[in-house]
Write a protein that binds this ligand. Structure first.
Ligand code: GUN
Ligand code: FE
Length: 427
């Protein structure tokens, strides 16, 4: 390959594996044709003459991956948190999501979401829209313009929700088909459709069957919620007495991994059988620690997932989570794992900075293919962090500076961002 080459210079940090970092101080990260060519301590002679962006003492990390976020809920982030999941859905979520029937409202609200995602350290995301196809297409147009690489879904729900937002089964399936066709016509570069049954309580068996047909016809991935809250789980048992466990209620329809690339948010209460099935089927888990605290769901056994070799990434789950800032989500993942260890189960050691960084980059990135790291051939998603605002009386090593970013970074630290080799406008 002889495509265009450019080089970023700085302190390059990425995951070697779940437990260790690769660090190359004052090194060179080479991009060729939108992919990583390599990380070098000394620039190979043959690469001299290509443009070098020297970021001095800045940190350069892979772009962060948000495996679970709700775009329409961005408008009420940080509001109405004093409730458990199901009451929170009825009181805050459904009334707000209903507003996206109006394209005028959607345009205003989604612009704020798209702008803030663009300026964040996130380069890839799996995003829920609402049941409304026009607003979801508008969201996709807007996200495409940001340059971020995303999967976005029109939500399906044909039972157990208020009249003002519920769909008829046929209408839900038909609208989804039309939406997929419309998306494919638009020939986006960076925006893909993803099937989005909200969760088992809001989708009938008939609707799940229809979604499977669409999944096979178009080879689509799928995102949903799983084993988030105890009342929700008991409800799924009532609705699907034939299911061996919650995840089985998706798997019966072929909507739980295997030939359907799947990401499930939460998995706070996944038992042995569910964990085993997720492993067998290659289901990705989106760990959403802030949301799990805010709507009082619990704390997922993330170390078990990691030790068992499951795919685990991080989700902000706005507006269960209050912020799209994935550095916050990483810190919450470490902090909540410590409380879990201290208060409920000392057999699972707390997560480390290395582990949550892995989850927010390479772990979630794998859902998008070769993303989330700086191995040769990975898609070139990078974030340059300037932490000079955060003064320290002594020099800190690069690992410590990365840890500090996890706890302290906001958009002020983000100096540049690239997705597939293209620089993103941060203004
Ligand atoms: N389960 C079903 N819908 C939702 C949602 O919007 N947020 C969260 N956190 N859980 C859900
Ligand atoms: Fe969610």
């Amino acid at each position: 390959m002889n495509g265009p080459v450019f080089i970023l210079r700085g302190n390059i940090v990425y995951s070697k594996n779940q437990k260790e970092l690769n660090i190359c101080e004052h090194g060179y990260l080479v991009c060729r044709d939108g992919q990583v060519e390599g990380v070098y301590q000394t620039l190979p002679f043959r690469m001299g003459g290509n443009p070098i962006h020297d970021h001095g003492d800045c940190l350069i990390i892979p772009g962060l991956v948000d495996l679970h976020i709700h775009a329409p809920q961005y408008s009420f982030r940080g509001l109405g948190m004093d409730m458990e999941l199901l009451e929170w859905l009825e009181t805050n979520t459904f009334p707000e999501e209903a507003k996206y029937e109006s394209l005028e409202y959607a345009r205003k609200a989604y612009q704020i979401f798209a702008d803030n995602m663009r300026r964040s350290a996130t380069t890839r995301a799996c995003i829920f829209g609402t049941v409304h196809s026009p607003a979801t297409l508008l969201l996709m147009d807007m996200m495409e313009k940001t340059g971020l690489d995303t999967m976005i879904g029109k939500v399906n729900m044909d039972r157990n929700c208020p009249d003002y937002i519920i769909e008829e089964t046929e209408e839900s399936a038909g609208e989804t088909l039309e939406w997929i066709r419309d998306v494919l016509h638009r020939k986006y570069q960076n925006t893909r459709p993803i099937l989005t049954p909200r969760f088992t309580p809001s989708c009938t068996d008939e609707l799940m069957e229809e979604l499977k047909k669409l999944q096979m016809r178009y080879g689509l991935p799928l995102q949903s919620h799983l084993s988030e809250n105890q009342v929700e789980i008991a409800w799924v048992k009532e609705l699907c007495p034939w299911a061996g466990f919650y995840g089985d209620a998706y798997d019966r329809f072929g909507l739980f991994g295997a030939d359907c690339p799947t990401v499930m948010a939460h998995c706070v209460y996944s038992g042995e059988q569910e964990i085993e099935r997720m492993k067998e089927n290659g289901v990705f888990i989106a760990h959403c620690p802030e949301s799990n605290m805010n709507v009082s769901s619990g704390i997922a056994p993330v170390r078990t997932f990691l030790e068992r070799g499951l795919h685990v990434g991080i989700g902000s789950d706005v507006a269960g989570g209050s912020t799209e800032n994935l550095f916050r989500a990483m810190a919450h993942a470490v902090q909540s794992s410590k409380l879990r260890w201290r208060l409920t189960d000392d057999s699972l050691e707390a997560l480390t900075a290395e582990e949550v960084f892995y989850m927010a980059t390479k772990g979630g990135g794998a859902f998008f293919g070769k993303a989330g790291s700086f191995e040769k051939g990975d898609e070139f998603d990078a974030v340059v962090l300037d932490d000079s605002r955060l003064k320290h009386p002594q020099p800190l090593d690069v690992r410590s500076r990365l840890e500090r970013m996890i706890y302290l970074a906001d958009e002020r630290e983000i100096r540049a961002k690239y997705v597939k080799g293209k620089e993103i406008d941060l203004t």
